[in-house]
Design a protein. Structure first.
Ligand code: GRG
Length: 276
């Protein structure tokens, strides 16, 4: 079964774990945890946790050993969306077909909820069951690096700096690689860390290639030419070709892994040929 472009079985597993880690009983009374549940449990394709789980599975990791880190990456994604929707950033009133968090709770609460999800993600990584201390440290390092100044936050900074300005292919690519692809890359790297993969570099390359492809498709589906998107420099047909080239390159790299990875191939396919 599908919800958007995802397999419902994997997504149900991720959703159940997200519900458990955000259960009201785990938190002090107040709005932050409830707001966190609103933001996280409101749909979403769960792309990053699926990629993490599918990568770990390539190396024979039991699903439950990778589930907590998979949820941690989704919390970081959710925090970035909450902050991105705030009036000081993109100022979006709607997210996933529902009012954005700052339209439901006061703006300060929305900001704090993003902070809460970000910090909680690292607590979960540090406490992830069935992993060695070295693996937990590597997960914390990878996710903080990829979501920080060299990755997602750095990409958002460039994106903000170029809003409404003339932009070239180099800048667009740098925004895509950092703002979007860095976290997708981290999903592959974290799956590899959990699976003690001997080919982390290759996983990283697959993540970056697919991450950029994901953003190109997002730009095409969004169709907004006011933002710094690929449509500023390519027409839709050329952007499609670009995404398909990246897809072919990602598939080639997935097939070069030391073990078969059919779930990763299928997710890659769904990323490129999605309609929402
Ligand atoms: C504010 C620190 C900070 C970062 C913001 C992620 C981000 C950077 C902004 C969100 C807006 C945006 C267009 C990001 C590009 C990545 C992207 C396409 C996010 C949406 O991801 P999906 O499609 O979302 O996986 P769902 O709703 O399915 O989880």
């Amino acid at each position: 079964m599908q919800r958007g472009f995802i397999t419902l079985e994997l997504v149900s597993l991720i959703d159940s774990k997200l519900e458990a880690i955000l259960d009201a009983s785990l938190f002090p009374k107040g709005d932050i945890a409830a707001a966190g549940r609103y933001a996280v449990l409101s749909g979403g394709k769960r792309l990053r946790p699926q990629l993490l789980l599918a990568t770990a599975e390539v190396y024979g990791v039991p699903m439950e050993n990778a589930l907590t880190p998979a949820c941690a990456i989704e919390l970081i994604h959710a925090y970035s969306l909450i902050h991105d929707d705030l009036p000081c950033m993109d100022d979006d009133d709607m997210r996933r077909g529902k009012p954005s968090l700052h339209k439901v709770y006061p703006e300060g609460h929305a900001l704090l909820t993003g902070d809460f999800l970000l910090t909680y993600a690292f607590q979960l990584l540090a406490e992830s069951p069935n992993l060695s201390a070295d693996q937990r440290i590597a997960l914390v390092r990878t996710l903080s690096f990829r979501s920080g100044a060299h990755g997602m936050i750095g990409g958002q900074e460039i994106d903000l700096a170029y809003a409404g300005k003339k932009i070239d292919k180099e800048i667009i690519e740098s925004i895509h690689k950092k703002k979007t692809a860095a976290l997708i890359k981290a999903a592959f790297e974290c799956g590899g860390i959990i699976g003690n993969s001997p080919e982390l570099e290759l996983l990283s390359e697959i993540g970056e290639t697919l991450g950029v492809a994901f953003q190109i498709v997002d730009d095409i589906l969004d169709g907004d030419t006011d933002q710094p998107t690929i449509l500023k420099i390519l027409d839709v047909d050329k952007a499609h070709i670009y995404a398909q080239d990246l897809f072919s390159s990602a598939i080639e790299k997935i097939r070069a892994l030391s073990r078969p990875a059919p779930k990763l191939e299928s997710l890659a396919h769904k990323i490129i040929f999605r309609v929402s």
